[in-house]
Design a protein around this ligand. Sequence first.
Ligand SMILES: Cc1cc2nc3c(=O)[nH]c(=O)nc-3n(C[C@H](O)[C@H](O)[C@H](O)COP(=O)(O)OP(=O)(O)OC[C@H]3O[C@@H](n4cnc5c(N)ncnc54)[C@H](O)[C@@H]3O)c2cc1C
Ligand SMILES: *[C@@H]1O[C@H](CO)[C@@H](O)[C@H](O)[C@H]1NC(C)=O
Ligand SMILES: *[C@@H]1O[C@H](CO)[C@@H](O)[C@H](O)[C@H]1NC(C)=O
Ligand SMILES: *[C@@H]1O[C@H](CO)[C@@H](O)[C@H](O)[C@H]1NC(C)=O
Ligand SMILES: *[C@@H]1O[C@H](CO)[C@@H](O)[C@H](O)[C@H]1NC(C)=O
Ligand SMILES: *[C@@H]1O[C@H](CO)[C@@H](O)[C@H](O)[C@H]1NC(C)=O
Ligand SMILES: *[C@@H]1O[C@H](CO)[C@@H](O)[C@H](O)[C@H]1NC(C)=O
Ligand SMILES: *[C@@H]1O[C@H](CO)[C@@H](O)[C@H](O)[C@H]1NC(C)=O
Ligand SMILES: *[C@@H]1O[C@H](CO)[C@@H](O)[C@H](O)[C@H]1NC(C)=O
Ligand SMILES: *[C@@H]1O[C@H](CO)[C@@H](O)[C@H](O)[C@H]1NC(C)=O
Length: 536
Amino acid sequence: MKIPSLRLLLFTFSVLFLSLSVSCTTSNPVLDGFLQCLPKYSNSSYPISDQIITQESTKFQSIFLSYIRNLRLLTSTTTKPLAIVTANHETHVQATVICAKENGLHMRIRSGGHDYEGLSFISYISNVSYIVLDMFNLRSININVEDESAWVESGAILGELYYNIAEKSKVHAFPGGVCPTVGLGGLFSGGGYGPMMRKFGLTVDNIEDARLVNVNGTIVDRRSMGEDLFWAIRGGGGASFGVILSWKIKLLPIPPNVTVFRITRTLEQGAIDVLYRWQYVAPKLPKDIFIRATSQLHNSTSQVSKKTVKVVFNGLYLGQKESLLALVNHSFPELGLEQKYCIEMSWINATLFWAGYRAGTPTTVLLDRPKAPEILFKSRSDYVKEPIPKAALETIWQKILAMEMLQMQWNPYGGRMSEISESETPFPHRAGNLFKIQYYTLWANETDTKKYLDLSSKFRKAMTPFVSKNPREAFQNYRDLDNGANWNNQTDTKTATVYGRKYFKNNFYRLVSVKTKVDPENFFRHEQSIPPLPHK
Ligand SMILES: Cc1cc2nc3c(=O)[nH]c(=O)nc-3n(C[C@H](O)[C@H](O)[C@H](O)COP(=O)(O)OP(=O)(O)OC[C@H]3O[C@@H](n4cnc5c(N)ncnc54)[C@H](O)[C@@H]3O)c2cc1C
Ligand SMILES: *[C@@H]1O[C@H](CO)[C@@H](O)[C@H](O)[C@H]1NC(C)=O
Ligand SMILES: *[C@@H]1O[C@H](CO)[C@@H](O)[C@H](O)[C@H]1NC(C)=O
Ligand SMILES: *[C@@H]1O[C@H](CO)[C@@H](O)[C@H](O)[C@H]1NC(C)=O
Ligand SMILES: *[C@@H]1O[C@H](CO)[C@@H](O)[C@H](O)[C@H]1NC(C)=O
Ligand SMILES: *[C@@H]1O[C@H](CO)[C@@H](O)[C@H](O)[C@H]1NC(C)=O
Ligand SMILES: *[C@@H]1O[C@H](CO)[C@@H](O)[C@H](O)[C@H]1NC(C)=O
Ligand SMILES: *[C@@H]1O[C@H](CO)[C@@H](O)[C@H](O)[C@H]1NC(C)=O
Ligand SMILES: *[C@@H]1O[C@H](CO)[C@@H](O)[C@H](O)[C@H]1NC(C)=O
Ligand SMILES: *[C@@H]1O[C@H](CO)[C@@H](O)[C@H](O)[C@H]1NC(C)=O
């Protein structure tokens, strides 16, 4: 009986105490301790109290949901953080780290919220209370054209970066991803890629410096964090190592106009033959050409109610139409690329084309932040090192038809990707890979979740003979908890080795050694984080 009364006493005390100091009090002593700690470590010119959103706040629900992309992650059992700190000054980030640690609170970091499993705002770790540090207010972008570089904050989204580059220069770009709403914090730290990867490599191959809040709440840059930690955060995932405040990126030279195209082939139009050839050609084309193949279900136009599959080939070429046609005609006549499919436009317009916007859409659309999600989905990835035989492609297609809702996106590797060694950054999927597949299963109603997750797993199993093995490699930014996950408070090294080898191959062991050095107590952790070695 002693413990409850002591708790009551503490509770009463904290309510009394807090009502005198901060206006917002809670019924949780750990949270109260955290909230009282925050102002001590923040710059008082930027009051942190305005940035604290507890569950009691009327703004909580809308802020919590604001960057969620996938309704699958929101169920009646989804855990919620005790509070969200919407930092708008670097000292708020420092204070959040220091105070969460001091009060034994677990912490999640969110930039753009696009994590496929929601690990930036949901914790599946049982019995551990957590808070979310939300970075969306820290989104400044500073372009320096003379220096061909830029400093960008983690809470900026890709569209904002593209827009700002194009405002300053028509002949510079950055090789980021396709979807403009992805946050730079997660995208860069996980090794993000886009349709210029065959020319310039990944985002992380073009980062020159970074500023990070470490486990002690200290701000460090490349020089003061050291090359090991700087290596780790370029592909090893930020959330195992600290909070990345900002990045210094290289701006890369592009021609004033690039060429894009989109060609669709249905099964009847020989989609399988074209895709079969694509496997041989797309990874070997000159670096300036990127052709992504996406398979989608679609309704046959000739036979109403008959479902079939189409493959869409999206192209980006860093040059003019004529030379593209000559190159593709020569090496990939099966595609049937013709003048009429090719459109020359500025790189910034090409980012809109790739993101699926209609011609004529103003570039300011790139500044839009995500709206509420409407779909549920599950994504996975695989790497392919040998072309898939034609007969197997036919079988795969039959399975897609049976599943009803599966898209596959095939992204060609080769070019610059093959020139960079596997250990240059934590991202290991370099030479020897023909392409990466992303499987994307979507559905509209929560009642169907189990059915589609099962189908997605079944399909993945069927792909086993055609993809990488030992480990079955996967792209960390396409996070998939089925790759292995820790569900309890300690990051089990054996389990971590399972997902770690898939995401990082042998780079996993170097990540563990960096982690052991910079966060031996494992403060920065989540279901798929890098574990420190146990204390000797
Ligand atoms: C619609 C869509 C399109 C996508 N397109 C692409 C693409 O073209 N190319 C590509 O490479 N990927 C793509 N992705 C995957 C995307 O790169 C990852 O989901 C990425 O992690 C998202 O970053 P975020 O900041 O938006 O996510 P968040 O959910 O905020 O964060 C993802 C992870 O990074 C951690 N993190 C976030 N910010 C920080 C920080 N400042 N410091 C330390 N850790 C941090 C989080 O804690 C979490 O573990 C896409 C995803 C979606 C949903
Ligand atoms: C707090 O911010 C103000 C205004 O930007 C600045 O002048 C001051 O130096 C900062 N104080 C500390 C301790 O960082
Ligand atoms: C979580 O707490 C409950 C209730 O106290 C307990 O039964 C359970 O074992 C705990 N789970 C873990 C993983 O610690
Ligand atoms: C196919 O047709 C059905 C029924 O007419 C419709 O509900 C569905 O949205 C269509 N799907 C596509 C991909 O066009
Ligand atoms: C490409 O090939 C097509 C048909 O084979 C032909 O009509 C076209 O002129 C060729 N274009 C170039 C640029 O070679
Ligand atoms: C770029 O393309 C646009 C639109 O097609 C065209 O008007 C313009 O002349 C081109 N500019 C260059 C430098 O080729
Ligand atoms: C880019 O798109 C805008 C809006 O559609 C258009 O006015 C402009 O001409 C385009 N520029 C180029 C070079 O493609
Ligand atoms: C989801 O399916 C259930 C059961 O079939 C149905 O009652 C419900 O209206 C559906 N919800 C939506 C949003 O379509
Ligand atoms: C969870 O793990 C952290 C870090 O190892 C530790 O500090 C904390 O006490 C643990 N919390 C619980 C509830 O076990
Ligand atoms: C954090 O502080 C402790 C104690 O001063 C120190 O031993 C450790 O090296 C520091 N960690 C980092 C990453 O700077």
